[in-house]
Design a protein around this ligand. Structure first.
Ligand code: ZN
Length: 408
């Protein structure tokens, strides 16, 4: 049995593990769909116990998990590659550039980490159904994890959801409910569904274990980096939950005495969906008026978790950057050509940040900088196609092959 409690990120009140399920019961009362979540809960672990039991020579990362391993689905999530990218690094101006490639999770995105932990929690609570509202990666991830875990996934999507991701959900056997309306309507309906008909709601940050699941990406970076803290981690930001999870990893590690500083967390948003960036810069939260970026996974008007995302950036000594779609596509091509990694546009936004003057001014070239690649490029081939020309077919005859294809 794991000992931890939930603490409300707004009022600080604490709750036992099974006393609450989603938002802080006090603060959450003022929440309504269409606004950022209020009273998001954070898992507060027994750090003294972790520091007593953790062995650097034989690390037991389960000590940082708020769900017992016996409930885990039999499904390989996480443990994604962490490797240097020297050619890309030289090109961008940070020779010690590293990549954490979370596009290599089973459904192709980092969100599998959150789906995995919520599925484990569903097993612990004996909840057969997991419910979510999403337009993309979180939903296809939930569908995949639920299939492996033998749970039923009920997914509310706005009518306009991308077809490729719908295929992924349907093929994995999820019950997909397209809703006539916006993402906010789908979100509201998913909350009503779990309230009236049961099941466990996986909506991002609404269920506190989504943050804990995403935390494992940060723990792995620390472990794979020889238990050293990188100087900076560049994180694509939409709802602000991934960056909150990465922050929580290093917060936990520090609280358990395993490190004494945090990596600078650099939040990257698309210019048209920059509500969290604007919040960090101005201190005032305003929804993004009309998100219209090609980076669909970080396209959001009202992010669910702006408070914790802002705290992650400010407390780590980081900063935020907004990048244009043009820079995102340029960075996507550069990533592919110089590191061999095909990232979806939202994930390529991390690399796009390193093309900006601001990054050059604020990130020391001697630093170890980590790009967190959050989703696989094959999830959305339409965006890069706009910059590519597929060569015309030639007759199967060597004389027809252009000369400039000579080998080196
Ligand atoms: Zn509260």
């Amino acid at each position: 049995m794991i000992a931890f409690q939930y603490r409300c990120s707004r009022c600080g009140k604490t709750y036992g593990r099974d006393e609450v399920r989603y938002l802080c019961p006090d603060c959450g009362r003022s929440y309504a769909p269409g606004m950022p979540l209020v009273g998001v809960l954070e898992a507060e672990l027994d750090y003294r116990d972790i520091s007593k039991r953790f062995r650097r020579g034989r690390p037991d990362w389960d000590l940082f998990s708020p769900v017992e391993r016996e409930h885990y689905p039999a499904y390989a999530v996480g443990n994604t590659p962490f490797s240097p990218a020297p050619r890309l690094g030289e090109r961008l101006g940070w020779p010690k550039l590293w990549i954490k490639n979370d596009g290599l999770n089973p459904s192709g995105s980092l969100k599998d980490r959150a789906s995995f932990l919520v599925a484990a929690e569903a097993a612990r609570l004996k909840e057969k159904t997991i419910v979510a509202a999403s337009t993309g990666n979180a939903a296809s991830s939930l569908a995949a994890v639920a299939a492996a875990a033998g749970r039923r996934a009920v997914i509310f999507v706005p009518q306009s959801a991308p077809r490729a991701k719908l295929v992924q959900m349907l093929l994995c056997g999820a019950r997909v409910v397209p809703v006539r309306g916006s993402y906010d309507d789908a979100f509201r309906l998913s909350l009503e569904y779990t309230r009236e008909r049961g099941g466990l709601n996986r909506n991002t940050a609404y269920h506190p274990l989504t943050i804990e699941g995403k935390k494992t990406a940060g723990l792995e970076i620390f472990d794979q980096n020889g238990m050293r803290i990188p100087d900076a981690i560049v994180v694509p930001v939409g709802d602000g939950v991934i960056i909150s999870g990465v922050y929580k990893a290093f917060y936990d590690l520090r609280a358990a005495g395993l490190c004494n500083r945090l990596p600078r967390l650099i939040a990257v948003q698309a210019e048209s969906s920059a509500a969290i960036h604007d919040f960090i810069v101005s201190g005032t939260f305003r929804p993004a008026a009309s998100p219209a970026t090609i980076a669909d996974s970080i396209s959001v008007s009202v992010p669910s978790n702006p408070d914790l995302a802002r705290r992650a950036v400010l407390e780590s000594g980081g900063f935020s950057i907004a990048v244009s779609d043009e820079k995102i596509l340029e960075a996507q091509a550069l990533l592919a050509r110089e590191s061999g990694i095909f990232a979806e546009p939202a994930a390529a936004a991390a690399a796009a940040a390193l093309l900006t003057d601001e990054a050059r001014q604020r990130l020391d070239p001697a630093w170890q900088v980590v790009l967190l690649i959050t989703g696989h490029g094959l999830k959305d081939i339409e965006a890069p196609l706009s910059r590519l020309r597929i060569p015309a077919a030639v007759p199967a005859d060597l004389s027809a092959v252009p000369d400039d294809m000579a080998t080196e």
